[in-house]
Design a protein around this ligand. Structure first.
Ligand SMILES: NC(=O)c1ccc[n+]([C@@H]2O[C@H](COP(=O)([O-])OP(=O)(O)OC[C@H]3O[C@@H](n4cnc5c(N)ncnc54)[C@H](OP(=O)(O)O)[C@@H]3O)[C@@H](O)[C@H]2O)c1
Length: 266
């Protein structure tokens, strides 16, 4: 049987790295895509050594023109038979909409949406030929509820959720299963940790770490879940959110969103 590979974008750190580890722990070979740098190469060699699987790094700025096609070509040229695609690379920010330079938004829209879409587009014909294949797209809880003061980010994540749900149904008669991962806040770096430590008890109730999110994500993917929301508190929040009338819901979300705006220095 041909060897199979899981391709993960944004795999050098954060949730992507934890997903790569989780896959490797389950004996899956991993293809790790992120910006080129020592962190990516180190992460791949550590994973290969620790779990005894193949872990190949591919350093690229995914926002560059044709980068998704280059990733696909790289996997084809090397004979990597990808049966699981994890579109994880992405970033977000919260602020007054017009205070952030347009270039930052252009990068966010490209990475969070276009790159995910194009990678899926390139890999799909191959995935459809397999008896069983998986696509996991990193959305967010903010891909299920619109978040004021994060308008661009929340919109990119709604795109991811809608795309995943729709494509999943379109592929219902194939072996390809599509899931959207919708985490709440996940601490992936020192800044995030400090922010959580500064926020009150409520924030600490919903916050998770990448090593907690990853097994839930991969179990959910294998179990064919449409939407994967790690954490009971986060699941509860979505249920409550959906139960409220839209006007009230948005007022409450505005309060939460306001707390996200970075404080002026000095
Ligand atoms: N953290 C959260 O609270 C949270 C919550 C919900 C959803 N999410 C979503 O989960 C995903 C992962 O988030 P995270 O917090 O784990 O992110 P992270 O820690 O910032 O890691 C981002 C990863 O993406 C890579 N990356 C960034 N820009 C890239 C580019 N232009 N080209 C190639 N790779 C690039 C980074 O590579 P380098 O290491 O080389 O920079 C890194 O591997 C994102 O889609 C995010 O929106 C996160």
């Amino acid at each position: 049987m041909k060897k199979q590979y899981t391709l993960i974008t944004g795999a050098s750190m954060g949730i992507g790295r934890a997903l790569a580890e989780e896959c490797a722990q389950r004996g899956r070979n991993v293809l790790m895509v992120a910006l080129d740098g020592p962190e990516l190469h180190l992460a791949a060699s550590e994973i290969a050594q620790k779990y005894g699987v193949e872990a190949h790094p591919f350093g690229i700025d995914l926002t560059a023109v044709d980068a998704p096609l280059q990733v696909y070509t790289w996997s084809q040229d090397n004979g990597y038979n990808v049966d699981m695609l994890i579109n994880n690379a992405g970033f977000g920010l919260g602020d007054i909409m017009d205070k952030v330079p347009i270039g930052v938004y252009q990068k966010m829209l490209r990475l969070n949406n276009q790159v995910m879409f194009e990678l899926t587009y390139h890999f799909l014909p191959h995935l459809k030929q397999l008896d069983k294949a998986y696509i996991l797209n990193s959305s967010s809880m903010e891909g299920l509820m619109p978040m004021p003061f994060k308008a661009a980010y929340t919109a990119t994540k709604h795109f991811v959720t809608a795309f995943s749900l729709s494509l999943r149904e379109e592929l219902a008669e194939t072996g390809v299963s599509v899931s959207a991962l919708c985490p709440g806040p996940v601490v992936t770096n020192e800044d995030g940790l400090k922010r959580i430590q500064r926020s009150g008890r409520k924030a600490k109730l919903v916050v998770m770490y990448p090593h907690q999110v990853a097994p839930i994500a991969i179990n959910g993917l294998f179990n064919g879940k449409r939407i994967i929301i790690p954490g009971v508190m986060n699941q509860l929040m979505i249920v409550l959110n959906n139960a409220l009338p839209l006007g009230l819901r948005m007022k409450l979300l505005r309060k939460i969103g306001k707390g996200i705006i970075p404080k002026e220095e000095g």
